[in-house]
Design a protein around this ligand. Structure first.
Ligand code: URA
Length: 233
């Protein structure tokens, strides 16, 4: 692997910045200064450092986005802004994409990555990764409605796996579902003659939304959070 790719994948520096680092002699390979940006290295055995700091190789990047309303969960759309428009410059070379979809008006936890295998494994129907949403509804959530959710809702094209409901107030609940069908939560509420007026994803498997991330902002997952994401498989 080329040394510039190794550093580019593992850090958030742009190609332009990397060129400057090489020129300034800040990059070392096994202790020796390297100025050849295209030098081939062995990512398993070689030690690469930048300004004296050893760079651990990370093949993929995982970011937690607190998705705002008004963005499509895609990398391109003809009509609306997309979540990848929110990716800060320092990550823009990493070709990130969202893991799964939240509706245009849904907010909250969305992981962006360039790890296609992981995204695939989390999203295949049989994975049944639990996803928890904070839901505000137009009308109070009734005991009968909760029972329907906890039994499984016949949505016509499929019946949902029994969901978990934690009622927070008359019109607010945490709802955990085990599939990720199109508009699933909204359709479940419609099936009990109610309507979702606000929807926020707060958890995916064991990975929880960091509420300190402002809407529209993102940060890399910690090693612990990456493990939680992987354990979802
Ligand atoms: N269910 C919905 O209805 N919308 C979402 O964005 C996610 C789950």
């Amino acid at each position: 692997m080329r040394i510039d790719k190794y550093i580019g994948n593992s850090t958030h520096y742009s190609r332009k910045e990397l060129k400057v680092f090489f020129k300034k002699g800040l990059v070392r390979l096994n202790g020796e200064v390297v100025t050849d940006i295209g030098k081939h290295i062995n990512e398993e055995t070689d030690e690469v450092s930048l300004s004296g700091e050893v760079i651990k190789y990370s093949k993929f990047t995982y970011l937690m986005l607190n998705k705002p309303a008004g963005y499509i969960s895609a990398t391109f759309d003809k009509k609306f802004p997309v979540v990848t428009d929110l990716v800060p410059e320092e990550f823009s070379h990493l070709q990130l994409f969202p893991v799964g979809r939240l509706d245009l008006d849904t907010v909250g936890l969305l992981v962006l990555t360039n790890d296609g295998d992981l995204a695939h494994r989390l999203l295949i129907p049989k994975s049944h990764v639990p996803k928890t949403y904070f839901v505000k509804s137009e009308k109070p959530l009734t005991e009968d409605g909760i029972k329907v959710f906890e039994t499984g809702v016949d949505l016509g094209d499929f019946t949902t796996i029994p969901a978990k409901v934690e009622k927070l107030s008359e019109k607010e609940a945490h709802l955990t579902i085990f599939e990720g069908k199109y508009h699933q939560v909204k359709r479940m509420y419609e099936a009990i003659d109610n309507k979702v007026v606000y929807l926020k994803r707060v958890k995916m498997g064991e990975l929880e939304l960091d509420e300190t991330i402002e809407e529209g902002k993102m940060r890399p997952l910690t090693d612990e959070e990456i493990k939680k994401l992987m354990n979802n498989e």
